[in-house]
Ligand binder design. Structure first.
Ligand SMILES: [Ca+2]
Ligand SMILES: [Ca+2]
Ligand SMILES: [Ca+2]
Ligand SMILES: [Ca+2]
Length: 596
């Protein structure tokens, strides 16, 4: 987000620091550069042969309407930040539905607002119908982020919408019908809530909810032309004030109500940083969920769970608070994945334009190492404004790939030739299996259709064929649906976990899948069920693993949030398994034939 011009001193100073750092790097002797490059060359020798990642934009045939009139100009920050998208199975039919937050305007909000979310139910194979009203999702307001979690452990996934002005909690009644229980549950909130994510941080079997906020902004008193907070390089738009709002951690009492314990827990954001994306993950492998929060124009938080209901921010100590040279970047979104089969979760952060994305390798107690350059994720795209991003194994070779959604804040900015455009291409990077990535966007089909200004991304298997598909939030219109049509002989698997002692949605459960490579080497992949992903979005909560050439999984280890460890042996590939805590596999469905 652009800052007011009078606020540019800190930015100038930081940019000088960044330039100095770049100069130092480019001044290294050839010998030093070769030494630095050597590990990359060695690793590259192990690169696996790949199948090219291909998507097809099926938005229109799947039932999404045309984009809205792009003339709506988005002058205010509240109009620019949304929003999120979620994939979930609202009727337990095995078919994913799509939830997307509304993309409102100040004027619409002041006149009562639109329904905060739209639900597209999958009624035929890959055909979606807007059932928002019939589904009872009628609460009006301004949705920003969406997080899926079964807060009452009745087996039906519920929807939380973080919104400007107020939030909404929708309790699932079955058959994709919902009731608004926000007030009764005491999660109404207020202010500029943006992101939300579920996790059972105290491991009592009931899902809790973290909600963060962006800037302190009053929609009834927005800056007007002439104010120092209005006008960016001559264009009519609000610019950033760097004062945020407190975050909330809603502890689930188990009786349908929640209590905000953020202050007591140490996650309330007393520094008033500008919260954006968030993701829960057990980065330190101690069995307790930790929380990473991206902050715009400030240091990120990595809240380590201290097992007693409190957290400590370890972001500075572990090297993920700022840029490599201490820069306060415009951090947008983050995601965790074990990108190198080290059995530790690595971290990605996307950032504002002209700022590097960072890929951090998790080195355990030594903290996180920024490996962006050696991973080759620094090649190209620096000028993009990047939002939603996440890891998923799109080609099923067993190595998590990366998708990033881009686009500038407002079409107003298109009048400035040196700024990134409002609509920009999507990017997809293939994981080469050796801590390097290759930008395969050009051949991916993601940008074959019209470009949009993108925000959140959600990944999931929409047609249950074992290939992970992507749904992307578009400013000014319905989401884009990208069917993954990557061809090839690789195998994969999906696990749908159901907790009994643990929370029913099994959020926080960790799965380790062990297969044998063609060369007979044991490969361990690891992932966790999450109740919210970045940016402001929620993925399919079934865990997906690409298996390469392996037709059978030798071993599946499940670490349930309750502490129970479960072991499955010799599980055939190419199916969706339902695993119930303590009872092993209780159901399986073979994959559908691949999409043509
Ligand atoms: Ca429920
Ligand atoms: Ca709990
Ligand atoms: Ca932990
Ligand atoms: Ca699929």
């Amino acid at each position: 987000m652009p800052e007011p011009q009078g606020h540019g001193k800190m930015q100038d100073f930081l940019e000088t620091l960044i330039r100095l750092a770049h100069r130092l790097r480019s001044n290294l002797s050839l010998r030093t550069r070769l030494l630095l490059a050597a590990p990359v060359l060695l690793l590259a020798a192990h690169s696996t042969a790949g199948q090219s990642i291909r998507f097809r934009d099926i938005s229109r045939s799947a039932g999404m309407g045309p984009p809205r009139d792009p003339a709506l100009e988005k002058k205010y920050i509240v109009e620019m930040m949304g929003g999120g998208v979620a994939l979930f199975d609202c009727d337990l039919s095995g078919k994913l539905a799509i939830v997307v937050v509304n993309d409102s305007t100040v004027d619409e909000y002041l006149h009562g607002g639109a329904p905060m979310i739209t639900l597209y139910r999958q009624v035929g194979d890959l055909h979606f119908v807007d059932t928002t009203l019939q589904s009872g999702l009628t609460t009006r307001g301004w949705g920003m982020g969406v997080a899926i979690g079964d807060f009452d452990n009745d087996g039906l996934p519920d929807i939380f919408v973080a919104g400007y002005g107020h939030n909404a909690l929708y309790h699932n009644l079955g058959d994709c019908k919902f009731e608004d229980v926000t007030e009764r549950a005491h999660v109404t909130g207020g202010g500029f809530s943006v992101g939300a994510a579920w996790a059972d941080y105290d491991r009592d079997g009931k899902l809790d909810l973290f909600v963060d906020h962006y800037i302190d902004s009053d929609i009834h008193d927005l800056p007007q032309p002439g104010s120092r907070y209005f006008g960016y390089r001559g264009q009519p738009m609000e610019v950033l004030r760097t004062v945020g709002q407190a975050s909330q951690l809603f502890h689930n009492r188990g009786d349908g109500t929640f209590e905000d314990v953020a202050e007591k827990a140490g996650v309330a954001n007393p520094q008033k940083r500008l919260g954006m994306g968030m993701v829960w993950a057990d980065y330190d492998n101690d069995g307790w969920p930790d929380l990473f929060v991206t902050n715009d124009m400030g240091a990120n938080y990595l809240f380590r769970n201290r097992h007693d209901g409190t957290f400590e921010d370890v972001a500075f100590g572990l090297g993920v608070a700022t840029g490599e040279d201490g820069e306060y970047f415009g951090n947008m979104a983050g995601d965790f994945a074990d990108i190198d089969h080290s059995s530790k979760l690595d971290l990605l952060i996307t950032r504002y334009r002209n700022q590097p994305i960072s890929l951090y390798a998790n080195r355990g107690e030594q903290g996180f190492d920024d490996i962006t350059r050696t991973s080759r994720l620094d090649l190209g795209g620096e000028s993009l404004v990047r939002w939603g991003s996440g890891f998923a194994d799109f080609d099923n070779d067993g190595w998590p790939d990366l998708l990033i959604a881009n686009g500038n804040f407002t079409p107003v900015i298109d009048a400035i030739p040196t700024d990134p455009k409002y609509a920009e291409p999507l990017q997809v990077f293939r994981n080469n299996g050796n801590r390097t990535f290759t930008d395969v966007s050009a051949q991916s089909g993601l940008n074959d259709g019209p470009l949009h200004s993108r925000r959140g991304t959600a990944f999931g298997d929409l047609n249950n064929d074992g290939n992970i598909d992507a749904v992307v939030f578009n400013a000014d219109g319905p989401p884009s649906i990208f069917l993954n049509v990557t061809a090839g002989s690789n195998h994969s698997v999906l696990f749908r976990l159901a907790g009994t002692k643990s929370n029913r949605a099994a959020i926080g459960a960790r799965v380790i899948v062990s297969t044998l490579s063609a060369a007979g080497r044991v490969i361990n992949q690891m992932d966790e069920v999450r109740g919210g992903n970045s940016y402001l979005s929620s993925n399919d909560q079934r865990l997906h693993f690409g298996l390469g050439s392996a037709r059978v999984i030798r071993r599946v280890q499940i670490l349930w949030p309750s502490g129970l460890k479960e072991d499955l042996r010799d599980v055939p590939a190419d199916a969706i398994y339902t695993v119930v805590e303590g009872q092993g596999i209780k159901g399986s469905t073979k994959f559908n034939p691949p999409a043509k």
